[in-house]
Design a protein around this ligand. Structure first.
Ligand SMILES: Cc1ncc(COP(=O)(O)O)c(C=O)c1O
Length: 402
């Protein structure tokens, strides 16, 4: 069929594919331990759900302004004022169907054929594919397990060419859980400001940072280059609201207006009911966010401990988000399993554990394990992964654990 040529440049989101495969098995009655899902297992907080019920009862069920109701745009602005000390006006905010649409609108508004857009790898696949959908070229600067996948300014600045239109930074990063430090962000901002390059921060996991770490990227960027900064984030991860589809982009008024032109033709406003719920999430009590973070921290420490007790699983302890990203290439090489895609398929089919292969993140040799699930299921999942590795061992394909 004669699809548009851009379709040959992109592929199905690998993270969504894992979910679909796991779902198929589950529907067939298999007890799948799903460590693939990039979403909180917690319920959306009660007061947020109540606000949605109230919106329906009040018949708040019509179209709203395409960019979102003013109360929600103000709520986003107020959240950043309280959390980061920056002053943002409602016209600098657009409400989108998740951070994904915020990033997509931004890509469509800014990138075109001939542009290069720098980001760091391993990366969340939609970042690369959205750049390609906008006809631009992703330029990937790799981060390295040896130094905790830290996002460093120097290699990013070195990758700048006269064609560079933007730099996208994802911190905390999916899949590595790494952060960029404020000084490194400042170096990138200074280099970008001097060359008229946009900086886009995917701040989706902004509320999921485990140790007290200075991470006021908005202030760092606003102080240096507010006129070319876009912050994309959303309610999905912080408030356990993935299915509600609420995100936002914060940027210069003119840029947000362009995003609204795109959104106005593509999807219009997000659900009016979700908007009321998101206002409650952003302006209501925030202790639920901290409680979830505390629980994720416990899980991170437990799963990291269980996995790395076998030295064949080499794994950085992540600073943020809710993923572990173990390196297993050396473990797999004597087995004849050629990729972590194949490894993930075998794990699913043989021991019913869903993980996401590293190839999807441009990181062969790794797989991503989400710890956004209960500690019991995580233990079960780790036990099954280890039993699978032991089975490989018993077939003589692996040498015994060192
Ligand atoms: C790095 C990153 N950015 C953006 C998103 C999009 O999240 P949402 O559209 O649910 O806000 C995700 C979701 O997994 C993500 O991992």
């Amino acid at each position: 069929m004669n699809f548009a040529s851009r379709m040959s440049r992109v592929s199905v989101s690998p993270t969504l594919k894992v979910g679909a495969d796991a779902d198929r098995l589950r529907r067939a009655g298999v007890d799948v331990v799903d460590l693939g899902a990039g979403e909180p297992d917690f319920a959306t907080p009660e007061h947020v759900k109540q606000a949605a019920h109230d919106a329906i009862t009040a018949n708040f069920t019509k179209y709203t302004a395409s960019s979102g109701v003013i109360e929600l745009r103000n709520a986003v602005a107020q959240r950043y004022r309280l959390d980061h000390g920056v002053d943002i006006k409602a016209e600098e905010v657009i409400i989108t169907a998740g951070a994904k649409q915020a990033l997509y609108n931004t890509a469509m508004a800014l990138f075109e054929a001939g542009d290069e857009v720098i980001t760091h790898g391993p990366f969340w696949p939609s970042i690369g594919d959205q750049i390609k959908l906008a006809d631009a070229t992703p330029v990937i600067v790799q981060t390295h397990m040896e130094d905790g996948f830290c996002i460093k300014a120097a290699p990013i600045i070195e990758a700048i060419t006269p064609r560079t239109k933007a730099i996208i930074v994802n911190s905390p990063c999916n899949p590595t859980g790494a952060l960029i430090s404020e000084p490194e962000m400042a170096l990138i901002a200074d280099a970008a400001a001097a060359r008229g390059i946009w900086v886009i921060v995917d701040f989706t996991y902004e509320r999921l940072i485990y140790e007290a770490t200075p991470h006021n990227l908005i202030k760092v960027l606003f102080d240096r280059m507010r006129d070319r900064t876009v912050i994309c984030s959303g309610a999905s991860k912080a408030y356990a609201m993935t299915g509600w589809r609420c995100g936002w982009a914060v940027g210069p008024k003119a840029m947000i207006a362009q995003c609204n032109v795109i959104q106005g033709h593509a999807t219009s406003n997000i659900s009016s009911i979700t908007q009321r719920a998101a206002i409650a999430a952003l302006t209501g009590p925030q202790d639920g966010v901290t409680a979830m973070l505390d629980e994720y921290r416990k899980r991170r420490d437990a799963v990291h401990g269980w996995l790395t007790a076998d030295p064949r699983f080499v794994c950085v302890k992540p600073s943020g988000a809710f993923y572990l990203f173990p390196y297993v290439a050396d473990l797999l090489s004597p087995t004849g399993i050629r990729s972590t895609g194949e490894f993930a398929e075998l794990l699913l089919n043989e021991v019913a554990v869903a993980v996401t292969p590293g190839e999807g993140f441009d990181a062969p040799g790794y797989f991503r394990l989400s710890y956004a699930t209960s500690i019991e299921r995580l233990k079960e999942g780790c036990d099954r992964i280890k039993s699978f590795v032991e089975k490989l061992e018993s077939t003589g394909k692996l040498t015994a654990a060192r």
